[in-house]
Write a protein that binds this ligand. Structure first.
Ligand code: ADP
Ligand code: MG
Length: 672
């Protein structure tokens, strides 16, 4: 069978199992072969029953000495018992409510039993062991992530079958490179990652597969970078950013000025800028991009600013319109819910060049959005977008300058990979006069006191947020949770105050109305879901209560908290959570440093959760771990640089498969 054949044609699969496998992301035979074990069980070290340590997982080789007996000990609980021996000692084997396993054991046959032994003296037993016949699979056995209806053993069996029926995959890494880095061939690596012949072969297989993943990734990123550097850009004839400073109601921080100067210098060159502005929440990234947009417009070119949410796009529109009030810069707003007629008008104006700046969501990267002379593409909160989306905006112009902005602090090795194709400006300074936001952790029983504290601030003319528990954006329950809390509070504790409700399911006009009312101070207290997580900027809001804080990641809480403490006033954030969560959440109470919080988050949750599945916008890794495989990252980076230096296009027959594999990994992007 072909490697890209649908999994449902594999012996033992069929429609029903194919649907279960789809839940694990397995659609083709290749997906199955690259569905790597989560961990392994070592069935190669056999212990005698007598010498087996208690309560530790061990492997015993023993013969079944008795037929299976059934004992109903109470309603709903039946035991299935038998006895086995290794010639030296007896061992009771017990299964609970599991006749299926128990009855597979045949008297007189020898098996390997894998489980924990308990008991004293001569009375030893093993409950619910895993087992195989001794002539079956022993050795190091794979354990796979499971799904409902498919356990690890079932998947193991399918993978065995797949190896039987599929052709050997071709190795994308040319032999020459394999030799110089001592890498196992692809087929051997696949066999040994699933069914390792020894620990050594397993680690060689792992090394090889990790190398491949990272190598392809590095090649792709480096090629993107080189390609960008080679193209010519619309260069700015003059730097007008100083002029823009006069338009601002505040003095920029040193860090903001530095970032602007770095980017403005890039834009004077004939080479496209490719720059990341990284700054913690509240560091003032919007003003930085505004300066560059101004510069671009004054030079006669168009800019685009893309934000991940509609709420944020609308806010940027408002902010920039204010900054540019006294100029002749024209701005359009384009989101998924812009009315059709309006959309048409904006698109036409963009194409003709009447509009200098368009602000919007993903709507900006739709096919029919065309520009007259796009020279600057800005992506805000870039970690919310994939590499491909970043590239799509980019491809709307002829090599426009690219600026991406993000508040997500990331550790160094990761930065190298994730932003490997970008230059970096860091905003490491907060605007003057900011006070540190105080953060308190309280249990639900003193919620009323927290509310009373909000009330006091509202009476003082301040505003606040109540963030209700996280439910994935897009789910209907988000709406219910937010609605209910809103009703309860408006009719109850906050009766007589002006409350607003904001959640992701609202129509765009409603969202806008609520956001406007909140920023104009007409709404005093905003009950919201995580739609406010990114970007929202209302400096008069000085208090925030977060319900069920334990449901959020630390970095996300930090982002949410970044909605307050944006003015000169002291702000307070109150996290409501059950007592047993305090340790984790205390990190937030003790620091406002985004880098520290991200580090803790990584330690506590691991990189997978931290970045979410696609938070970093890179292709998903199946085996490499960007946090722990630091050495492999360095090695593959060097290998990729070396190869591209000699063969930038990966030309030649030997590199056919490699080139294709890189392109596949980045498919949908601007690589070819
Ligand atoms: P973020 O980096 O989180 O996107 P914003 O650009 O939204 O931050 O800025 C946060 C707030 O700080 C806004 O209200 C903005 O107007 C204000 N601000 C930005 N730069 C300065 C500055 N240099 N001095 C005073 N306030 C500033
Ligand atoms: Mg922002």
């Amino acid at each position: 069978m072909e490697l890209n054949a649908s999994i449902k044609y594999l012996k033992g699969v069929g429609e029903k199992r194919a649907a279960m496998l789809a839940k694990l992301g397995i659609f083709t035979l290749w997906d199955l072969l690259t569905f790597y074990p989560r961990t392994y069980e070592d069935w190669s070290k056999i212990t005698s029953i007598k010498n087996a340590p208690m309560n530790e997982t061990v492997c015993i080789r023993a013969i079944v000495g008795a037929p299976c007996r059934e004992a109903r000990i109470r309603k709903g609980m039946t035991l299935y018992k038998t006895e086995v021996t290794d010639g030296e000692m007896l061992l009771d084997i017990t299964f609970f409510n599991n006749p299926y396993s128990a009855k597979k054991l045949e008297q007189g046959k020898e098996y390997l039993f894998f489980g924990k032994i308990t008991g004293k003296g001569y009375f030893r037993s093993m409950n619910s062991p895993d087992f195989v016949e001794t002539d079956g699979t022993g050795g190091i056995r794979p354990i796979y992530p499971q799904t409902a209806g498919m356990n690890s053993r079932a998947i193991e069996k399918l993978i065995k079958t797949a190896f039987e029926y599929t052709a050997k995959p071709q190795d994308p890494i040319p032999e020459e490179i394999r030799n110089s880095y001592c890498l196992m061939g692809l087929y051997d690596a696949l066999r040994n990652i699933h069914f390792p012949k020894s620990e050594d072969l397993l680690s060689e297989a792992r090394r090889r597969l990790i190398f491949e993943e990272l190598f392809l990734l590095e090649l792709g990123l480096l090629r993107m970078k080189t390609k960008a550097r080679q193209s010519t850009a619309l260069s700015m004839a003059r730097d007008y950013t100083q002029e823009f400073f006069e338009l601002l109601p505040f003095e920029l921080t040193g860090a903001q000025k530095r970032a602007i100067a770095e980017a403005a210098a890039d834009m004077l060159q004939g080479v496209p800028m490719n720059r990341l502005v990284q700054g913690d929440v509240g560091s003032g990234k919007t003003a930085v991009c505004a300066a560059l947009i101004y510069n671009c417009a004054k030079n006669g070119y168009q800019s685009a600013l893309m934000a991940p949410t509609e709420v944020l796009a609308m806010q940027h529109y408002k902010t920039l319109a204010k900054f540019f009030e006294s100029t002749d810069i024209t701005i359009g707003l384009l989101t998924g819910s812009t009315p059709a007629a309006e959309k048409k008008k904006i698109k036409a104006a963009l194409k003709s060049g009447e509009i200098n700046l368009v602000i919007g969501t993903h709507a900006l990267i739709q096919k029919d959005v065309e520009f007259s002379n796009l020279a600057l593409a800005v992506t805000d909160e870039q970690h919310r977008f994939g590499v491909n989306q970043r590239n799509s905006l980019h491809s709307k112009g002829k090599n426009p300058h690219t600026l991406v902005m993000s508040a997500t602090p990331i550790p160094r090795t990761l930065a190298l990979i994730i932003y490997g194709d970008l230059d970096l400006s860091i905003l490491d300074e907060m605007p003057k006069g900011r006070q540190k936001t105080e953060t308190y952790l309280v249990t639900p029983d003193i919620r009323e006191r927290a509310y009373a504290y909000i009330k006091k601030h509202l009476c003082d003319g301040r505003q606040g947020y109540i963030v209700c528990s996280l439910v994935e954006e897009g789910e209907t329950s988000e709406l219910t949770a937010a609605n209910e809390l809103f009703k309860k509070l408006s009719d109850g504790f906050f009766k007589g105050f002006k409350l607003g409700l904001l959640h992701g399911k609202m129509k765009s006009a409603e969202k806008k109305a609520v956001m406007d009312a909140f920023s104009d101070g007409e709404i005093q207290l905003l009950v919201a879901t995580t739609v406010i997580e990114v970007g929202i900027d209302v400096p008069n809001a000085v208090i925030m209560v977060i319900e069920n804080a334990e449901r959020f990641g630390l970095s996300q809480l930090h982002q949410l908290r970044g909605r307050i403490g944006r003015g000169s006033e002291k702000s307070t954030c109150i996290l409501i959570s059950e007592a047993d969560e305090t340790e984790r959440l205390n990190v937030l109470a003790s620091t406002t440093d985004g880098f520290k919080i991200a580090d803790e988050d990584l330690k506590l949750r691991g990189p997978g959760d931290f970045f979410g599945s696609r938070q970093h916008g890179l292709p998903e890794m199946k085996i490499a771990n960007m946090m722990t495989d630091g050495e492999a990252i360095k090695e593959t980076r060097a290998a990729a640089e070396k190869l591209l230096k000699n063969n930038p296009a990966l030309a030649g027959e030997d590199f056919d498969l490699l080139r294709k594999a890189v392109n596949r990994l980045f498919s949908g992007g601007s690589m070819n």
